[in-house]
Design a protein around this ligand. Structure first.
Ligand SMILES: [Zn+2]
Length: 248
């Protein structure tokens, strides 16, 4: 059975179910075919690690030192969020060892500029918090104009792949790519941003996943999945950028 993303907040599960009954399905964990009740936090959700670990110093911004094109189009959480995260509902982020790409999976809309993008991200944040989560589930959002937006601060573990959120950066591309295609600006920004993460965090392209590679879901939609398959191949754009020698 598909397990949608969920924050490890069991006590909020009931409130989440109740709230979900009156809220629209929003975010890649939701599709019109699934019932919201199943989006409640899993009873098998792992607790915080019992063994000692040292949370990495949070990076609230990606390593953009070699990516001026991205740096010029990066927005902070404060640029869109109408409320703060709720820390007690979240776990500390563990060292990043993987990254997962999503779409929003909602009915497609025509976003005409940054103000509408900001409203859209805040809508997703509101829906995710209404499930009892601490904040929007994703760490970054890529809009159709190629701007990367900070989502959940990196000091907190994301809520985007049930059972696999530990050390997993969540990158959501705005749109429904089961029904539409990402813009070229969006794909360009995504490839560059993910490559910067791979390079800056000493990851490998093999550490870059899509949601459906963890769980049976349409996310990130067929056209974005096709792009991810292409771009991760040895001659693909992400793989080339991720060598760190072909930037710009
Ligand atoms: Zn997803």
């Amino acid at each position: 059975m598909h397990q949608p993303p969920a924050d490890p907040v069991r006590r909020a599960a009931l409130a989440s179910i109740v709230a979900a009954a009156v809220l629209p399905a929003v975010g890649c964990g939701s599709t019109s075919r699934r019932r919201y009740a199943s989006d409640a936090p899993s009873p098998r959700w792992p607790d915080l690690p019992t063994s000692g670990y040292t949370p990495v110093a949070p990076r609230t911004a990606p390593d953009l030192s070699r990516q001026p094109a991205i740096a010029a189009s990066f927005k902070r959480r404060a640029d869109w969020a109408s409320t703060a995260p709720i820390p007690r509902r979240m776990d500390k982020m563990l060292p990043v060892r993987r990254l997962t790409v999503h779409h929003d999976g909602m009915p497609p809309v025509d976003l005409r500029g940054p103000r509408e993008v900001a409203e859209r991200i805040d809508l997703i944040r509101r829906a995710h918090q209404s499930r009892g989560w601490g904040d929007i589930g994703y760490h970054y959002v890529v809009d159709p104009f190629g701007t990367v937006w900070e989502g959940r601060p990196l000091s907190w573990q994301g809520a985007h792949v049930a059972g696999n959120n530990e050390g997993n950066l969540g990158v959501m591309v705005l749109g429904n790519f089961q029904q539409q295609h990402p813009t070229s600006a969006q794909l360009d920004a995504l490839d560059r941003f993910v490559a910067a993460q791979v390079n800056g965090r000493r990851l490998n392209v093999k550490n870059v996943y899509t949601h459906q590679e963890f769980a049976p879901t349409e996310c990130p939609g067929r056209s974005l999945q096709a792009h991810m398959t292409r771009t991760r191949k040895p001659t693909g754009r992400l793989a080339v950028l991720a060598t760190g020698h072909s930037l710009g």
